[in-house]
Structures are given as structure tokens and as C-alpha cells.
Ligand binder design. Structure first.
Ligand code: ATP
Ligand code: MG
Length: 423
């Protein structure tokens, strides 16, 4: 059906480019869901009839790179932005091979057969995630016939047999609960019953995909809401048992309040959504507790507290494995916290590589404790004067609202093909 959606011009151009080369192409998934909900999508996923090689030849090798092992897709750089372009795929068949590997029989291990746009819609997880939009013709396609209505009613409904869909890919349970937490959706009853009876399957989900989901949750500005939904539905003990154990305790409440404050600041555009800052924010009360402090009572700097910080970062995010780089960065942010109370450490602190994120955590703490961080903002400059005048900054520690730098060289976990989609 005809529908107007506010798609940025460069995204329309990208789709046109593929269509002019003769390939059926749409914006799919979360972006359409978000636009219909009146929200700004965080990115635009593209689906097309072109194979990965054909996509690459449309955009050229310099702009398009084929990635992925589990499923192949193309990263296209277009107008300075990175887009994921995937080829229509069909639902995979369940093989008998899993029995040999002692895995649940319906678990999908490989998912790479190309298909039509309609087949591609049906193999997606939820009706609200299966809408296709052609921004050139302004045409919205609801192949399942239920997606638009479910968005209007804010309902999460699995496509097909919910139990089977969760058996095929247990990460879908987590994805359903993210929709509940983030958008205040409710779950359709068959989907909800299946989720309750399949929760334990999360244990057989791919560890790298779960870790990637955790990264996405921490990178988003809704982590506290996601965790709340995981807790309400009983998934949190499997996903982050330490956080679950602290639920409804003074330290656990404080941790969620801090994360909520950080998220509000990200949504208001005050902060860049750094994963390591989110890790440090959530971990701070656990460090205080480990060192025998009350919530909001910092510790003395020194080797004991450094060991406690390491210990907390090692256990809080288990069984998920966070990237070392992020854990180290969170550790540095936490180590600096007590120095904000020490006038003599001021110069050293301001010059530290992790100062910008550490300052952000200071402001978050102050806002939660006192309701306002304006005075601290005046006391502590966003960056040191040396850095302002062009001194060297640590990579990925730009802090505040600074422009996001483009990574050069080195391939991320995402690009190595360990993408977080069950696609
Ligand atoms: P977000 O706003 O977090 O990006 P999203 O729904 O777009 O939400 P993605 O991980 O970007 O999430 O996935 C894009 C689309 O791919 C989804 O909307 C859904 O249609 C499909 N998809 C992702 N993961 C799965 C899965 N595990 N099983 C089936 N379809 C999936
Ligand atoms: Mg998406």
C-alpha cells in the first residue's frame, strides 16, 4: 500500500541505485518499525534481490565489502555512512545434523539460501520486524498481513509457530523482550507462553551472538529498560546472573538508576553512547559493595580497589564475554572516580586519557545523588586545555558530544561476520 515515511534522501538514493541496476530493493526491519512508531531509526537495513557479488559490482569494491560467515551480506559505505545490504533469504530447513552434535534438533546453524522478498519476510522473527518499504515508490508491504496492525497495537508476535521459532534461534527470545522493554509493547499470548516454556534454551544460543546483543543493549540508551523486561520475564538469570542476584537490593537499584541517568543523557544528546561508559556506570555500585561501601560511597584509590574493580568487571557481565578493549576502558573510568574528591590529583586527572568518560560518570553520579550536576560541570572542564589545543587523544575516548571518528584498518567483530542477527 502507498505510505509516506520520512526516509533520508541519501537512503532513497542508495535504494534507487540498486533498483536502477535491476534489483528489487527495500528498507526492512527495525528502521520501518521505528519510522511507523514515529521514532528516528538508528540505522537502515537494506534487503535486495541482488546477490552479495552483484551488490558489490553495483557500488564498486572500494565502497562495498562482502562480510560474514554464518550469512554473507555487504557493507556498503554510502554518503559517509555504513549500510548493511543483505540478499533476500528463505527460511532454512531443519537438518538432522544437529543430533550428532548434541544440539537441539531445530536449532539453525546455517542460514544462507537466497529467496524472494516474500520468503525473506516470513523467515524474520516478529511481525513488527517484517515490514518492507520501497522509498522510491513510497510503498509499504506487509507480507505477513499482521505487522502494521501489530505496530498500531504495540504487540510482539512471532511469525509462524512461536515455540519452533525460539527453538530455531533462542536469541529471538531476547529480541522479543528488547521490544517489550524499549517500546512498551505487550506480548501476544502464544508468543508469551512459548517464551516462558523455552527460556532455558538461551543456554544453547551462540555465545558470540549473545555477547553482541549485550554490546547493542549497552550501546543503546534503553539498557535499563531491556534489563527490566529480562527480569520480569525470567530471562535475566540466564543472561546476567550477577545483575539478577542484585535485583531489588540497594546496590542493584543504584546501578539501574545510574544506567537510567546515563541513558537519559544519551537520549538528550548530551553523551555519545559509549559501551565502556555504560559498563562502568552499571559496575560502580558493585565495586562499592565489594569494598564494603554503601551505595554512593566511593572507595580509597589503591591496589585493593583496582583488584576489586577488575573482579567486578570480570563477573558482572558473565557469562557474556565483553571485548577486552571495552573492559579495560571501563576499568580506567572506574579507577579514576575517587580522584575527583582529591584536589591534589586534579591536574593528573584532567590529563588522564580516560578523563572525558570519567567526568561523564562523575556527572551521572552527581545527578543521581543531588538531582543536578551543573556545579560539577563548571568545576570540571569537558577536556583538558592541552587536548583542546590539539594534544593527542586516546582512540574512542572522545567523550561528550564530539564527532564520532571513523575506524580505520583492523576489522571489528561485526565485520568478521559475527553479526548479531539470526539471519
Ligand atoms: P534495532 O533497532 O536494534 O537494529 P532491528 O529489528 O533492526 O532492531 P537488527 O538486529 O538490526 O534488529 O535486525 C534487522 C532485522 O533482521 C530485524 O528487524 C528482523 O527482521 C531480522 N532479524 C534479526 N534477527 C533475527 C533473528 N534472530 N531471526 C529472524 N529475523 C531476525
Ligand atoms: Mg537494525
Amino acid at each position: 500500500m502507498k505510505h509516506e515515511l520520512p526516509v533520508p534522501a541519501h537512503v532513497v538514493d542508495l535504494i534507487s541505485e540498486l533498483q536502477e541496476a535491476g534489483y528489487e530493493s527495500y528498507i526492512v526491519g527495525g528502521a520501518i518499525r521505528d519510522l511507523l512508531l514515529g521514532r528516528r531509526p538508528k540505522d537502515f537495513d537494506i534487503s535486495t534481490s541482488a546477490t552479495p557479488e552483484e551488490v558489490r559490482s553495483v557500488f564498486g569494491r572500494r565502497s562495498a565489502r562482502i562480510i560474514g560467515k554464518r550469512f554473507r551480506l555487504v557493507h556498503v559505505t554510502w554518503c559517509g555512512e555504513l549500510f548493511e545490504v543483505s540478499t533476500f533469504r528463505q527460511a532454512p530447513e531443519h537438518g538432522g545434523a544437529n543430533a550428532k552434535k548434541d544440539l537441539p534438533e531445530n536449532l539453525i546453524l546455517s542460514d544462507n539460501s537466497f529467496g524472494t522478498a516474500e520468503e525473506d519476510a516470513w523467515r524474520r522473527d516478529f511481525t513488527v520486524n517484517a515490514l518492507f518499504f520501497d522509498p522510491v515508490k513510497s510503498e509499504l508491504i506487509d507480507f505477513t498481513g499482521q505487522g502494521i496492525e501489530d505496530i498500531q497495537n504495540r504487540v510482539v508476535r512471532a511469525i509462524g509457530n512461536p515455540g519452533l521459532r525460539f527453538e530455531e534461534d533462542p536469541v529471538r527470545m531476547l529480541r522479543a523482550l528488547k521490544l517489550i522493554g524499549q517500546y512498551d509493547f505487550t506480548m501476544e499470548s502464544a508468543t508469551e507462553n512459548a517464551l516462558f516454556s523455552h527460556l532455558e534454551l538461551i543456554r544453547v544460543a551462540s555465545p558470540s551472538r549473545l555477547a553482541l546483543e549485550l554490546e547493542k543493549i549497552l550501546a543503546s540508551s534503553y539498557g535499563d529498560k531491556h534489563f527490566q523486561a529480562f527480569h520480569d520475564y525470567g530471562l535475566l538469570p540466564y543472561f546476567l546472573p550477577e545483575l539478577n542476584n542484585a535485583w531489588d537490593t540497594p546496590h542493584g537499584d543504584y546501578a539501574l538508576n545510574l544506567l537510567n541517568e546515563r541513558n537519559c543523557r544519551v537520549r538528550e544528546g548530551v553523551y555519545r553512547n559509549s559501551i565502556s561508559l555504560a559498563m562502568a556506570t552499571l559496575a560502580l555500585p558493585f565495586v562499592e559493595k565489594g569494598l564494603g561501601r554503601n551505595p554512593g560511597e566511593l572507595w580509597e584509590p589503591g591496589p585493593d580497589s583496582t583488584a576489586a574493580i577488575r573482579g567486578v568487571l570480570d563477573t558482572l557481565f558473565k557469562p557474556q564475554t565483553m571485548m577486552n578493549r571495552m573492559t579495560l576502558s571501563a576499568e580506567r573510568v572506574l579507577i579514576l572516580q575517587p580522584l575527583f574528591g582529591d584536589e591534589q590529583a586534579r591536574e593528573r586527572l584532567i590529563e588522564a586519557k580516560s578523563y572525558p568518560h570519567s567526568r561523564e560518570l562523575l556527572l551521572i553520579r552527581t545527578a543521581v545523588a543531588e538531582g543536578d550536576s551543573a556545579e560539577m560541570e563548571r568545576l570540571w572542564p569537558p577536556v583538558s586545555s592541552r587536548r583542546r589545543s590539539g594534544g593527542k587523544r586516546e582512540r574512542g575516548e572522545s567523550g561528550g558530544n564530539g564527532p564520532r571518528r571513523r575506524r580505520r584498518g583492523g576489522r571489528s567483530r561485526r565485520e568478521r561476520g559475527e553479526k548479531g542477527k539470526g539471519e
